[in-house]
Write a protein that binds this ligand. Structure first.
Ligand code: FAD
Length: 566
């Protein structure tokens, strides 16, 4: 069998390598338009930032090494111009020899990836405006930085934009980050992305959300970047990182069926609508693992898995596409943010019934030096199915999100999460890991033992309801919700007569732990409508950053009980 692969990086090379391991006799031709195959596109921002000093470290293979080890016929600087499924041919242009030829195939694998979105505004093709997809892109960008650039504007605060901002700040550039959405990191819910925006601001990044790129104009020095809010920012370089779009022009011209935002539609074996033509990676539409809806998930993991699945299918090993959760992670100035499955805003938009818990447990035992919180949000269905999770923190975020991603893949429920047997010693975790705790909190919600209230409900709550702050007197004095009364949870049993029995009680504390204890106490003592603030004030201040807390100038000495060691 002769297979032609168009695109020689993540999905294409994953296919080719697996195909050779299964079929020693197959003829495998890989056409790659760029000068490199099998390069580490995920490493490009770190090369710009000089964390990866040597460009060659990004080049994982060469045509020669692939010919030697896998007998692949890899042709760099060869662009596929057109495919003709009815004749099973590809028209190819040798970009160096500047000649064209036709290549026949028995099967064709389209692995053409996705291209950076270039906004249709004036000036985006000026030489100071860059995109970051290939090694030459990264070399150009790094060259400008090495050449003394001082000011950068990055457009787009998604994963690649954030990595680029960190790299440019690391190299000492004054950096403005422009994002059209009203939050950074749109793949996360707004309150979970706030740790990232705080880190950006603390690192000196000029962050402008809710603002788009209007134009880039030549300036006296560098360029002048005009924003949709009318502001102008001077820059020596502009990086467009406003998302990607499937590179599907070949597929479209060949009459293949396209779906969401021009992505190639494939079946469960990654077959396109044309016979013997497969498609993989960023160019295709996938089925969202949680909602089943068509989705674009331009990430390296799915691309690699899909390449392998096509080889398995072609060479008799089954080979089906696997569910795509969109598990992703980014590090921004010491803050790590990660996501798996669906966000709350995506579930709302899709009309999927869900519940939420927020937790703020440390990455390891609190008594072991260096404990730092992981802010974890877990989304789940009324039947206990896990729908998604997001986490931010300094350490241990990757482990928790990966465990939850594995749990979703395995079809586990929140009750299963509570019972997972995870590695523990004080430097690494807790006897009850944050993942276990999230499962427990969610199980309590499903069992009806814990009724939560959300920050957004604060202003719409029953005015008769008592807003009860169960933190210590000192914490209350330092800042509390307007209208709240304070009974520290350690005093609650002795002061129950201060709470009217015929009124609902909305309890809160710093993180949701003490308010849960108070809720259980009140429920058992006869207060039927008692709710606990999900994630406590830590989550509330992330969701309602403009809400002013009230301070009590002189705390009553009676309140100054030692804060609970919870
Ligand atoms: P690509 O890897 O883009 O390969 C497609 C190739 O096809 C390209 O080399 C292109 O030149 C070639 N091609 C296109 N058309 C033709 C044609 N007509 N003829 C010949 N060749 C053609 N993902 C993560 O999961 N984690 C990360 O940390 C991460 N970081 C990233 C950082 C950057 C800067 C970038 C750009 C991407 C990052 N990604 C990351 C995304 C990840 O790299 C992609 O999801 C993955 O590479 C997609 O694989 P692919 O094979 O579909 O496309």
């Amino acid at each position: 069998m002769k297979v032609v692969v168009v695109g020689g990086v993540a999905a294409g090379m994953s296919f080719a390598a697996r195909a050779r391991r299964l079929a020693e006799d197959a003829e495998i031709v890989v056409l790659e338009r760029g000068p490199h195959v099998s390069f580490a596109n995920c490493g490009l921002p770190y090369y710009v930032g000089d964390e990866i000093a040597d460009r060659d470290d990004l080049l994982l293979q060469t045509p020669a090494s692939l010919a030697a080890s896998l007998a692949l016929d890899v042709r760099t600087r060869h662009e596929a111009l057109a495919i003709v499924p009815s004749r099973k041919t590809v028209r190819v242009r040798d970009l160096d020899g500047a000649h064209e030829y036709e290549e026949t195939y028995d099967a064709l694998v389209l692995a053409t990836g996705a291209e950076p979105l270039v906004p249709g505004v004036p000036g985006v093709y000026l030489p100071q405006v860059h995109t970051l997809r290939t090694v030459p892109d990264a070399e150009r960008l790094r060259g400008v930085v090495d050449g003394g650039a001082e000011r950068a504007v990055v457009v787009g605060a998604g994963f690649i934009g954030l990595e680029a901002v960190e790299a440019l700040r690391r190299r000492g550039l004054r950096t403005t980050l422009v994002e059209l959405a009203d939050q950074v990191l749109p793949p996360l819910d707004a309150e979970m992305a706030r740790a990232v925006s705080d880190a950006l601001v603390a690192a000196g990044v000029d962050l402008r959300t809710g603002t788009g790129l209007a134009a880039v104009r030549p300036g006296k020095r560098g360029v002048s970047v005009e924003l949709t809010d009318g502001c102008r920012v001077g820059a020596d370089l502009v990086l467009l990182a406003a998302g990607v779009r499937p590179e599907s022009s070949l597929a479209a011209a060949a009459g293949l069926t396209l779906g969401t935002r021009g992505a190639v539609v494939v079946d469960e074996h990654l077959r396109t609508s044309a016979p013997a033509v497969y498609a993989v990676g960023d160019a295709i539409e996938v089925a969202d693992a949680v909602t089943g809806a068509p989705a674009l998930v331009p990430l390296a993991g799915p691309a690699n898995r899909q390449g392998r699945a096509v080889a398995d299918h072609l060479f008799g090993r089954g080979g089906r596409r696997s569910p795509v959760l969109g598990t992703a992670i980014v590090r921004v100035f010491g803050v790590v943010a990660a996501v798996t499955g669906r966000t709350e805003k995506a579930l709302r938009a899709a009309g999927v019934e869900h519940a939420v818990v927020h937790l703020h447990h440390a990455q390891h035992a609190g008594y072991y030096p260096g404990a730092r919180p992981i802010h974890l949000k877990l989304l789940f269905a009324p039947d206990g199915r896990i729908l998604g999770a997001q986490a931010t923190g300094a350490e241990g975020v990757d482990k928790r999100i990966d465990v939850i991603a594995t749990a979703i893949r395995a079809g586990l429920t929140v009750t299963d999460l509570a019972e997972l047997d995870l590695a523990y010693a004080p430097p690494f975790g807790s006897a009850r890991d944050p993942v276990n705790m999230a499962g427990l909190a969610a199980s309590n919600v499903l069992a009806g033992d814990l009724r939560l209230w959300r920050p957004a409900e604060l202003r719409e709550r029953d005015p008769e309801a008592v807003l009860l702050d169960v933190r210590s007197g000192a914490e209350f004095a330092a800042g509390h919700l307007p209208g709240a009364v304070n009974i520290p949870h350690t005093q609650l049993r002795a002061r129950l007569d201060e709470l009217p029995r015929d009124r609902a009680v909305w309890v809160y504390c710093a993180s949701g732990v003490r308010s849960y204890l108070a809720l259980r106490l009140l429920r058992q003592r006869g207060w039927p409508d008692t709710r606990s603030l999900s994630g406590g004030l830590r989550t509330l201040t992330l969701e309602l950053p403009d809400l002013a807390l009230e301070r009590t100038p002189e705390p009553d000495p009676e309140w100054l009980w030692p804060a609970a060691a919870i």
